[in-house]
Ligand binder design. Structure first.
Ligand code: AMP
Length: 280
């Protein structure tokens, strides 16, 4: 695996690959890699000649400075895992390579995606995500971009970004299913911050998503949502949302006739976890 720290160097290397007719699959990450990230690498390897991963903890997408400060960094282990997974290229830039002096942050028109769910609870988060992904796409210029369903709304935001970038960008978005621990907890770098007691509680979110999935055709959606929220609160979660919405635009669902997804965000003490499940 070749590791690049400079944007110009990785761009020049990948330019040559593109000229040689090689396809590029790209999985952007913030590191502290786990099996979820590695499933993106695996999929990219199946579908492309060259697989590129980036590890960059993007400061502009953290609305909460403490979250940024506590974000886990396990770079040596990450590199080992990527080599083992067969990743060809790792981009590991310092902040000034992504945001060089004089960098102008664009504003992206994300419509209502920006003000609901994660957009509502993390103001500015998705603008930060678009800034970094826009810049990474400019540097890497992949054929396919690999994203995890774990961050359902983020997948929608990045698909919208690619639309905004215009037709000449021609990047296919590939969404990879959520990888879970044996007890159902969605794998996440933030899980490393859970104490033993918190870790035991954490799969409660998955239990409620399952509960909703198995009853979606039997009960009123609002009653299901309220029951799931109450179950989580009774276990000591602070629930930001657990809501059943249309998969296409995240608008509220009235009944189970259209493709739906249930989105959830809840905290155990200071650690905020998100998850989702496709319904019907
Ligand atoms: P992150 O490092 O958290 O920014 O995540 C980088 C990419 O990995 C994003 O596309 C995430 O959606 C994806 N990802 C994170 N957790 C999982 C998981 N448990 N299963 C599949 N993909 C994931």
């Amino acid at each position: 695996m070749i590791i690049f720290k400079k944007a110009a160097d990785i761009s020049a290397h990948l330019d040559q690959q593109i000229k040689n007719g090689n396809t590029i699959g790209f999985a952007p990450t913030m590191g502290a890699l786990h099996e979820g990230h590695l499933s993106l690498i695996k999929k990219a390897r199946e579908e492309n000649r060259i697989t590129v991963c980036s590890i960059f903890v993007n400061p502009t997408q953290f609305n909460n400075p403490e979250d940024l400060q506590h974000y886990p960094v396990t770079i040596e282990k990450d590199i080992e895992q990527l080599i083992h997974a067969g990743c060809d290229v790792l981009f590991l830039p310092p902040v000034y390579e992504i945001y060089p002096p004089g960098f102008h942050a664009k504003q992206y028109d994300l419509g209502s995606l920006e003000t609901v769910f994660e957009g509502k609870y993390r103001p500015g988060h998705f603008q930060g995500v678009c800034q970094v992904v826009d810049r990474l796409l400019e540097i890497v210029r992949p054929n396919r971009l690999y994203l995890g369903q774990k961050d359902f709304q983020q997948c929608m935001v990045i698909s919208r970004l690619i639309e905004l970038l215009g037709k000449e960008t021609k990047i296919a978005v590939v969404i990879v299913p959520t990888m879970r621990e044996p007890d159902g907890l969605a794998m996440s770098s933030r899980n490393l911050r859970l104490s033993e007691t918190q870790r035991k509680k954490a799969p409660g979110i998955f239990t409620e998503l399952n509960f909703i999935q198995s009853h979606v055709h039997e009960q009123a959606l609002s009653a299901l949502q309220e029951a799931a929220r109450a179950h989580l609160e009774a276990q000591g979660f602070r629930v930001d949302y657990i809501e059943i919405v249309h998969r296409q635009d995240l608008s509220a669902a009235k009944d189970a006739s259209a493709p739906l997804v249930v989105l959830a965000a809840a905290s155990i003490d200071q650690i905020r976890l998100i998850d989702n499940m496709l319904l019907n």
